[in-house]
Design a protein around this ligand. Structure first.
Ligand code: HEM
Length: 418
């Protein structure tokens, strides 16, 4: 017998707060208790149902008709009338694949997918290696560095800009715009800062508009020209507002912060699990599996939101139509019913690829191949050039998070310099 929703509002309901600092530093103990004691519960603070088991999460992800992605970005603060009025003066913020449902989803996803195919990613590998090596050249003689600031932050953004054919000189400005946009979507931006953040978003839109116009006039072989070509062939062709959202949102914003945090988070697992970094240095060919296992153990993707389109029963709990669900991918990837000894680093486990670090189903991360290639190349180069890499004794890594992603934003590492 399914339990009706209101009776389920107890236990973790008030204890769970994804914005709590301690919880963000290490959420896994709480996730483990949730999976065991209350795998589906309502959080009045978030106005969402929290879903923590692998099985329940996957049954939602397999069923986009009953669980819509339309409200995927509804994790941010409520906007002030001034901020809304300013936002209305820009291009309408259209949907990207991540917050659209079929059939709209396929149209948008095809465009980004064609620009990020395995063939394309393979062709970029030499250039990705060059960008990574250039950053390492800048700090290899120092013996100590904040790897988030010196490498994990700039590297993925420089890759994305480079493959879009955008000058790297614009990187710092683009980073600021993109961070402000992410904050608007996912964080609790205080009312007094909202107009500033919206203005930044409008500036980013105008930059993308100018970029599109310049590339339309003078197309090349880069990913942006490719998306513009693909966009013209869709029926109906993509509008300017849609192209701006795709380039700014689905490519630049979605593609760098996630990868930056993942690089630091997985490196943290490698350096803190005894013997793993030494094993990688001795045998870089194992990086692929080690990377998947590190993503499983400490997932950058915390979770995503879906909305029930009809009344549903999930994990024995009855949820009303319109219920919003926060699917905890980071918890599902450590579910003991799916993974034996889930807290143990075991890249040899048969189902190492079953983690939810890139989601699952129709919305599976379209940039996963690119992110994996970047991490593989970065760690190969670290193994070659920084073999004695270790986590600095202090300061401790600094984690930042919101409902969607989590990872170190500052992480000091050291190595011996001859
Ligand atoms: C390690 C880095 C990354 C992580 C952890 C990550 C995580 C995710 C996750 C969990 C999803 C599924 C969302 C859902 O279920 O609703 C997703 C989707 C998506 N990701 Fe990534 N991502 C990464 C890198 C990238 C890159 C490099 C790009 C683009 C250049 C990208 C673009 C997208 C897009 C456009 C979607 C939506 C796909 C769809 O809805 O069909 N991501 N990502």
């Amino acid at each position: 017998m399914p339990t009706d929703s209101p009776a389920n509002e107890h236990h973790f309901a008030h204890a769970f707060n994804p914005h709590d600092a301690e919880m963000l530093r290490d959420p896994h103990e709480m996730f483990e208790r949730m999976r065991r004691e209350q795998p589906v519960f309502f959080s009045p603070k978030l106005g969402m149902w929290i879903v923590s088991r692998h099985n329940d999460i996957c049954s939602v992800l397999r069923d986009p008709a009953r669980f819509s992605s339309h409200d995927a970005f509804a994790g941010g603060a409520e906007m002030t009338p001034e901020a809304l009025a300013l936002a209305a003066t820009g291009h309408p913020q259209t949907r990207t694949p991540i917050d659209s449902d079929p059939p709209e989803h396929g149209r948008m996803r095809r465009i980004v997918g064609s620009a990020l195919s395995g063939k394309k990613v393979d062709a970029w590998r030499p250039r990705i290696r060059e960008l990574a090596a250039g950053l390492i050249d800048g700090f290899v003689g120092a013996g100590r560095v904040d790897i988030a600031a010196a490498f994990a932050g700039p590297f993925p953004l420089s890759v994305i800009l480079d493959i879009l054919g955008i000058p790297l000189a614009d990187m710092a400005q683009i980073k600021k715009w993109s961070d402000d946009w992410f904050e608007l979507l996912f964080a609790r931006v205080p009312p007094e800062l909202q107009v500033l953040r919206v203005q930044s978003f409008l500036d980013f839109q105008q930059y993308c508009e100018r970029l599109i116009a310049a590339r339309e006039a003078n197309p090349g072989q880069d990913a942006l020209s490719e998306m513009l070509r693909a966009g013209r062939e869709e029926q109906p062709p993509l509008t300017l507002a849609e192209l701006i959202s795709l380039i700014g949102g689905a490519f630049i914003a979605a593609g760098h912060e996630t990868t930056s945090r993942m690089l630091c988070g997985t490196l943290h697992v490698f350096l803190t699990t005894p013997g793993v970094w030494q094993a990688i240095v001795a045998e870089p060919a194992r990086i692929g599996r080690d990377l998947e296992e590190a993503m499983r153990i400490d997932s950058t993707a915390v979770g995503m939101i879906r909305t029930a389109t009809t009344e549903v029963v999930l994990g024995g709990i009855r949820l009303p139509a319109g219920a919003r669900l926060h699917l905890l991918y980071a918890s599902g990837s450590r579910d003991e019913q799916q993974f034996r000894c889930p807290a143990e680093f075991d890249p040899g486990r048969a189902n190492v690829m079953d983690h939810l670090g890139f989601g699952r189903g129709m919305h599976y991360c379209v940039g996963a191949l690119l992110a994996r290639a970047e991490a593989q190349i970065a760690f190969e180069l670290f193994a070659e050039r920084l073999p004695g890499l270790r986590l600095a004794a202090e300061p401790a890594p600094l984690y930042r998070s919101h409902m969607t992603i989590r990872g170190p934003v500052q992480m000091f590492v050291e190595w011996d310099v001859a």
